[in-house]
Design a protein around this ligand. Structure first.
Ligand SMILES: NC(=O)c1ccc[n+]([C@@H]2O[C@H](COP(=O)([O-])OP(=O)(O)OC[C@H]3O[C@@H](n4cnc5c(N)ncnc54)[C@H](OP(=O)(O)O)[C@@H]3O)[C@@H](O)[C@H]2O)c1
Length: 239
């Protein structure tokens, strides 16, 4: 099978879409490095997948910490010498709720909250791409978890920190894809839909299995696949 002997890193993978992505990638025969900012939670998640016979290994990663990202890159370099798949999944949703059940207005959002959100959702994605793409030897797939809330074509008020952080992820996706266009490294973004996770909440319309489906599709594209795109349900969507 084409996916055998591939190595993948998934960020923020102790729960939610990241954890499910690890499971689905490992089920395809890919060796998965499950990463998490908490050693205990990440190790427990890894043990759970290993107990199902899946080839998953844990390494700590806090995407908001430059040294932590460097430490992961050193681990991949020394243990494997290469990498095939990077899934930038780690994310936070820190926007406060407004009075009417919507997100707080931009007028009531502190700059510090936007800064803190960008640190993980945007700079985290950039840090990981800068550190890990050089290990991909000019080929492979990078997948960035974005959101419909970051689409400029659909941009509305409320939830300003999260929205801005995901619009910026889309921009980074285009920038990296363009700078890598002479290589076989593909960089794509997606919206997973509204998914039942701690972030999505219990009323979300999609299972976590469905939420990870397009992530895994982009992570396992062959060399003829697209790069620099934004997808939902395996179809392109407007930026
Ligand atoms: N669920 C949805 O409906 C939905 C919709 C659109 C987009 N998304 C995107 O999909 C991705 C996954 O979301 P989810 O629903 O699975 O969320 P989730 O259940 O809240 O999981 C988020 C994961 O990110 C980790 N994380 C947060 N900050 C981190 C950091 N600095 N370093 C490393 N890991 C960190 C969390 O770790 P801890 O356990 O340590 O907190 C957790 O493992 C996110 O990027 C999200 O924005 C989700």
């Amino acid at each position: 099978m084409a996916d055998k002997n591939k190595i993948a890193v998934v960020t923020g993978a102790n729960r939610g879409i990241g954890f499910e992505t690890c499971r689905q990638l490992a089920e395809r025969g890919i060796e998965v490095i499950l990463t998490s900012r908490s050693v205990d939670k990440g190790q427990a998640a890894t043990d759970k997948l290993r107990s199902q016979g899946l080839d998953v290994r844990f390494h700590r990663l806090d995407v908001s910490d430059e040294a932590s990202v460097r430490c992961l890159a050193d681990f991949v370099r020394t243990q494997y010498g290469r990498l095939d798949i990077v899934v930038n999944n780690a994310g936070v949703f820190l926007d406060a709720s407004g009075a009417s059940g919507t997100g707080a207005s931009v007028f009531n959002t502190e700059s510090d909250l936007i800064r803190e959100t960008l640190e993980t959702n945007t700079y985290g994605v950039m840090r990981v791409m800068k550190a890990l793409i050089p290990l991909m030897m000019g080929r492979g797939n990078v997948v960035n978890l974005s959101s419909g809330m970051g689409q400029l074509s659909e941009m509305n008020g409320q939830y300003p920190a999260y929205r801005v952080s995901k619009t910026a992820v889309n921009a980074l996706t285009r920038i990296f894809a363009d700078e890598l266009k002479e290589t076989k490294v593909k960089v794509n973004a997606l919206c997973p839909g509204w998914v039942q996770t701690d972030m999505g909440g219990p009323d979300a319309t999609r299972s976590v299995e469905k939420g990870a489906e397009t992530v895994v599709w982009l992570a396992t594209l062959d060399e003829s696949g697209p790069s620099g795109g934004f997808f939902r349900d395996k179809e392109p969507i407007p930026w």
